[in-house]
Design a protein around this ligand. Structure first.
Ligand SMILES: Nc1ncnc2c1ncn2[C@@H]1O[C@H](COP(=O)(O)OP(=O)(O)O)[C@@H](O)[C@H]1O
Ligand SMILES: [Mg+2]
Length: 272
């Protein structure tokens, strides 16, 4: 069900400064729908993005996750959008702290606060941008505002692309090669490690892999980057070995990417 397109006049009425009760009365149809799904602050953020001409419509929920929900949306040129909304109330964010802690781009934020969750959303936006610039196929980021991230929708006609684990891959060895190529590009050109790479965070679209869910991705300077990279390699190799692909062994691949041999601490993720 889509939220009815609002006229400029209606959007004006939804100005944040207007008191909540009056908005409820006058824009019952629009706000009732948005509010039943989002908290008031998030509804207002969506209205703001509509006002700015970024989102025209927001529709069904593509995915409900622990930290965020992803919604389908439509932009003003008729393009499909993915709108990722981070939950402002979640215990999960404590766990995520270590991904931000060693990242020089995110100094001085306290965990568990709104500021931290907004930082997390901004981190995913920045990471997407950095990867896109390095020509790694990811959803093109459009904007981020507080806990709302708007990006390119990977899919067609309201149908999101399947994860590689759901897609029937005709040439798994080819897809494996493309994923390894992305891991190299990530390391060499974006100087990053995905840090949560697996068959659950790669979509299959137009016969090619698309990396998603990059909020936890770190720069290679991050103290845990080597261990995250090794785990990414292990996950991808495990999955494609299962599809009978002749994979490059974990240690060999790690060495090819980084130019160093993985030490036992890296290989066992001892710090976790
Ligand atoms: N840009 C996108 N286009 C289409 N579908 C998406 C997009 N981003 C996420 N999704 C869908 O939403 C799901 C969850 O997104 P993800 O970023 O992995 O969040 P999380 O795993 O933290 O809940 C994905 O598995 C995918 O099905
Ligand atoms: Mg995910």
């Amino acid at each position: 069900m889509y939220v009815k397109k609002m006229s400029d006049k209606e959007i004006d009425r939804l100005d944040v400064k207007v008191d909540q009760e009056r908005i409820r009365e006058k824009d019952r149809n629009t706000l009732k729908v948005i509010e039943s799904v989002f908290d008031f602050q998030t509804s207002m953020l969506i209205v703001k993005l509509m006002n700015k001409g970024i989102i025209k419509d927001i529709g069904f929920c593509v995915s409900t996750g622990k930290e965020a929900n992803v919604y389908h949306g439509i932009g003003y040129k008729g393009e499909e959008l993915a709108i990722k909304i981070y939950r402002t109330t979640t215990a999960e964010f404590k766990r995520n702290w270590m991904y931000v802690e060693g990242d020089p781009r995110f100094k001085g934020y306290k965990k568990g606060t709104y500021a931290f969750i907004y930082t997390w959303a901004r981190k995913e936006f920045k990471n997407l941008k950095r990867m896109n610039d390095a020509k790694i196929r990811v959803p093109v980021p459009i904007t981020v505002d507080k806990n709302v991230l708007v990006m390119e929708f990977i899919g067609k006609k309201e149908k999101s692309a399947p994860l590689i684990r759901e897609a029937k891959l005709k040439k798994p060895h080819k897809i494996y090669g493309q994923i390894i190529d992305f891991i190299f590009k990530l390391y060499d050109d974006a100087t990053m490690v995905h840090a949560d790479l697996s068959e659950y965070n790669i979509l299959f679209f137009n016969k090619k892999p698309v990396f998603i869910d990059v909020s936890q991705s770190v720069l290679i300077a991050h103290p845990y980057a080597p261990a995250f990279l090794y785990r990414d390699i292990q996950n991808i190799n495990r999955y494609f070995s299962g599809l009978r692909v002749d994979v490059i062994q974990d240690e060999e691949l790690y060495e090819e990417i980084t130019g160093t041999v993985p030490n036992p601490k890296i290989m066992s993720m001892e710090f976790m």
